[in-house]
Design a protein around this ligand. Structure first.
Ligand code: ZN
Ligand code: ZN
Ligand code: ZN
Ligand code: ZN
Ligand code: ZN
Length: 339
């Protein structure tokens, strides 16, 4: 217990230090640099226009555009910083942050501090949204980066991922990061002011709220299966797996083999060259003569009907040549001559 208090206080001091860095005045020197660049390309552009150098003018215009873009980015960033500084009314102290950690210990069952990784972790209770069980989540605050945007991860402890979304563990969590949505302002303010208790409660609250408009995957589609062919989501009990490669498909995208009556994906099914029936690649066999693929009922001892017919026709043509009915009387006649 005594050790825990020591550890909590040490963490509070480090967090306060991380937060104080943020209050250093934003240096203006990088603006000077940006403005110099803009003026420089503006002069080049004027000169190239006066001398009627179209290529140089185009180049200068592009570079001026780039320099202005950088200036705009730096300005936006500085305005955001100023806004954050001006609205932070509570000056966090180590004592206040320590008290916040104690309050967290009272609210959540599991609050752990990992001093070497500078991480404060709170575990939520199990979360169920619209009947979909998502399990409990760890909210890990990386206090070294507390002044940066989203300095925390949200990790599913018993992940129930939807069929379609890779890395989605919650309608608002992807790749362990939370889509803060409208809560982002409140989260930022709570962190800036060292109000850790509020911060964790806001994140916990976002995890317990479903907003279909900003969801990575809709809860309705959560337990469904994504058809690998058309991409539609179907209920898992209505999805069909290809009997050969196990690819999951909707009814429309799977083909029934007319020979074995199993269902297959596009890749594992084809059709018979002769009758056109759907057949899986296991049932289709190639004709020994022409090499085309046929269903079992269109092959007789490894040969297709066409090849069989051709063979018969050849035989029929070959046969008359030997007995040669038209010549026969002559032959008979010839033979009869010596007799
Ligand atoms: Zn489909
Ligand atoms: Zn088959
Ligand atoms: Zn298949
Ligand atoms: Zn056939
Ligand atoms: Zn054939």
């Amino acid at each position: 217990m005594k050790n825990e208090i020591k550890q909590d206080y040490r963490a509070a001091v480090e967090m306060m230090q991380s937060l104080q860095h943020m209050r250093d005045a934003t240096s203006m020197s990088h603006f000077d640099d940006s403005i110099v660049q803009c003026k420089r390309w503006q002069r080049r552009l004027e000169m190239a226009t006066q001398h009627n150098w179209p290529t140089a003018a185009r180049d200068a215009r592009d570079r001026l555009h780039g320099a202005l873009d950088i200036l705009r980015m730096r300005t936006t960033h500085s305005i955001d910083n100023l806004k954050r500084q001006s609205r932070s009314h509570i000056e966090p102290t180590a004592t206040l942050i320590f008290q916040e950690i104690q309050a967290l210990r009272g609210e959540f069952d599991s609050v752990t501090i990992d001093g070497s990784n500078q991480r404060l972790t709170v575990t939520t209770t199990s979360i169920v949204l619209d009947g979909v069980l998502l399990g409990s989540f760890e909210i890990r605050l990386n206090w070294k980066y507390i002044k940066e945007s989203s300095p925390f991860d949200v990790i599913a402890l018993e992940p129930n991922e939807p069929a379609s979304g890779e890395g989605v563990t919650h309608p608002h969590v992807q790749s362990d990061s939370l889509c803060e949505g409208e809560g982002s302002d409140a989260i930022r303010r709570a962190l800036d002011e060292g109000r850790l208790y509020d911060f964790f409660c806001i994140v916990d609250q976002i995890l317990r709220t479903y907003n279909s408009g900003s969801a990575y995957v809709q809860l309705d589609d959560w337990n469904g299966v994504n058809c690998r062919s058309c991409g539609d989501t179907v209920d898992s009990d209505q999805a069909l797996a290809c009997s050969n490669c196990e690819t999951e498909l909707c009814m429309e995208c799977s083909t029934c083999c007319d020979s074995c009556c199993e269902r297959y994906c596009e890749e594992c099914a084809s059709s018979c060259e002769s009758c056109g029936d759907d057949a899986c690649k296991m049932c289709l066999k190639s004709c020994d003569d022409c090499g085309e693929s046929f269903c079992p009922s269109c092959l007789s001892e490894g040969t297709c009907d066409d090849c069989l017919n051709n063979e018969n026709a050849e035989n029929a043509k070959d046969e008359p040549e030997q007995p040669c009915p038209a010549v026969q009387p002559v032959c008979v006649g010839k033979a009869s001559v010596p007799a």
